[in-house]
Design a protein around this ligand. Structure first.
Ligand code: ATP
Ligand code: MG
Length: 406
């Protein structure tokens, strides 16, 4: 900001970092707003790259940190010919520069529209953001319905911030969501995936999930999971997903790493199992039925939130490995332990065991087995043959007749 100021430009800290600093929280990242154009920002910094299509931004690198520097945007009414809106009122292109006054009213929530000015160390507030911040209230700038139509993702952002900050939601901003949730169908699946990860990986997944369901927003992010939640039997899918969310929050609180594919694999599991049963009833073998179901459910889900292929591959591994925990005869148990996705599959199986989807005995056996010494492992394997004598395996004939239906 001092570099920009010395070059004769205005520069403000803006958005989440000001909001979070005012709450005494450590900001996730720092965003800067300026009247310098992206090209002028690039000229002022050697360590700068211009990015973005929908919004053109400058990224300034400081070691491993990236500071996002955005040029003030123009206001919507004055620059209609330079903005593009679709038939639902959604902004498609929005690359017009303006003044700080115009920049303010394009932002989503009043508490996200506070500017910190380094010239006099003051906070610039055009929209009553400080009052809302003090009251702990999320409020859209301008007419809520229009602002949701412009960008339906704001409905999801509202939930994210309300939960993360512990703020209430202004009733006028809450009302239109129930009718407008469907507009999320128009949002590119890649953008929704980015937003979805922020929702569930910020340490408040349980509350976020509950609130998203309350507003009917979850169904647009994970329609496949919503279907199984609405036909829940004995609370099973609900409990399983709730446990997975709880577990995610706990890991984040403990500073442990989170693999995004893991949570999504729990969202989709019930649907995968149901589809696998259908496939099996149509004559597929158990393992083919599951493989097919995984492909079917993943391709259904990526229409809403498009996760990258490697995440799909990891999910399939975790699902597939579930059936292998019960066959523990000598070499099989060791082979499973050596699988690159063993740890994730084991965590997944623990969740199933906690919610009635797998035998608790199986879970505790694997808990012991993986940390046991070689001698203890032998004992654990021997204990199996004592309690449950291994059946002699009969060679099965290949199921030729099923394949005629393909
Ligand atoms: P976080 O702590 O999650 O980073 P943030 O408020 O910084 O929160 P960002 O997504 O980083 O959120 O966005 C930075 C700022 O850009 C926001 O504070 C807001 O002013 C503005 N903004 C972001 N997305 C939108 C949007 N969809 N519509 C309007 N303004 C937006
Ligand atoms: Mg931010």
């Amino acid at each position: 900001m001092y570099r920009l100021k010395n070059e004769g430009y205005d520069a403000y800290l803006v958005g989440g970092c000001v909001r979070d600093l005012l709450l005494g929280r450590e900001p996730k990242d720092f965003d800067v707003a300026t009247n310098a154009s992206p090209e002028q920002v690039k000229q002022a910094f050697r360590n700068c790259r211009l990015i973005g299509r929908r919004f053109r931004l400058a990224h300034v690198f400081f070691g491993r940190e990236i500071i996002e520097v955005a040029t003030f945007r123009g206001a919507s009414e004055q620059v209609q010919d330079l903005q593009k809106v679709d038939e639902d009122g959604r902004l498609l292109r929005d690359n017009v520069y303006g003044t700080i006054e115009e920049d303010v009213i394009r932002r989503d929530f009043t508490v996200n529209a506070l500017y910190y000015n380094i010239k006099d160390f003051s906070i610039v507030d055009y929209v009553g953001g400080m009052d809302d911040h003090r009251a702990g209230m999320m409020r859209l700038i301008g007419d809520p319905e229009t602002r949701y139509r412009e960008d339906p993702v704001r409905m999801i952002r509202l939930v994210r911030f309300a939960v993360k900050l512990g703020f209430s939601i202004n009733p006028e901003c809450e009302k239109p969501i129930f009718q407008l949730a469907d507009l999320l169908a128009n949002i590119p699946a890649a953008r929704l995936q980015d937003e979805a990860l922020k929702l569930f990986l910020s340490g408040y997944a349980v509350e976020t999930f509950e609130m998203l369901r309350h507003y009917g927003l979850f169904a647009h992010l994970y329609p496949v999971a919503e279907t199984s939640l609405s036909i829940e039997e004995q609370g099973f899918p609900k409990l399983f997903i709730a446990k997975a969310l709880e577990n995610t929050d706990k890991r984040i609180a403990e500073g442990k790493s989170i693999a995004p594919f893991f949570l999504i694999s729990t969202f989709l599991w019930d649907a995968v199992k149901n589809q696998a049963n259908i496939n099996q009833a149509e004559g597929m073998s158990e393992s083919v039925a599951l493989q097919q179901a995984a492909s079917q459910i993943i391709s259904q889900q990526v229409k809403s939130t498009a996760f990258p292929k490697h995440m799909g591959v990891a999910m399939r591994d975790v699902w597939h490995l579930q059936s292998r925990f019960s066959s523990r005869s000598g070499t099989r148990a060791y082979r499973l332990l050596g699988h690159p996705k063993f740890r994730a599959a084991y965590d997944f199986m623990l969740l199933r065991a906690e919610t009635g989807g797998a035998e608790p005995e199986l879970a505790s056996w694997w808990t012991d087995f993986q940390i046991a010494s070689e001698a203890e492992q032998k004992k654990l394997l021997a204990s199996l043959t004592k309690t449950a004598p291994r059946k002699r395996r009969r060679r099965r004939k290949p199921a030729v007749k099923n394949q005629q239906n393909d």
